[in-house]
Design a protein around this ligand. Structure first.
Ligand SMILES: [Zn+2]
Length: 122
């Protein structure tokens, strides 16, 4: 279980401040799917997503994305939705993100992401 899911189940509540929940898909430089151990995706939340992504790509901001960058992987922003940190934890709690990722699944599930899809392959 992820730390996020553990915190969620422990009843820890986070800010309901508005921001953006985002799904990062790890890709190889050639565009094929990449994994960091068992993780193929990273879910995060930020009030300032573009700055946050720059930090991720510089190897900061989260352990998982830092490792991905050190492996030479590309962090593809696959999906976003407006939401709070509570929404981020709901997403993390919903488990494997492959089925919600527009880059990995031809017809991704909505799940708790709702209908808004940042990018689709068409
Ligand atoms: Zn993906």
């Amino acid at each position: 279980m992820s730390i996020g899911a553990r915190n969620y189940r422990a009843g820890k509540r986070h800010s309901t401040r508005a921001g953006t929940v985002y799904l990062v898909c790890f890709r190889n430089p050639d565009g094929s799917k990449a994994w960091v151990g068992h993780a193929g995706h990273y879910v995060g939340w930020s009030r300032f997503l573009s700055q946050r992504k720059v930090r991720h790509e510089a190897g900061h901001g989260a352990r998982l994305t830092s490792v991905a960058v050190s492996l030479g992987l590309v962090l593809e922003l696959a999906r976003t939705m407006p939401g709070s940190k509570n929404d981020e934890y709901r997403v993390k709690c919903s488990g494997g993100q492959t089925r919600y990722c527009p880059l990995c699944s031809p017809s991704p599930s909505r799940g708790v992401w709702g209908a808004a899809i940042a990018r689709t392959r068409s």
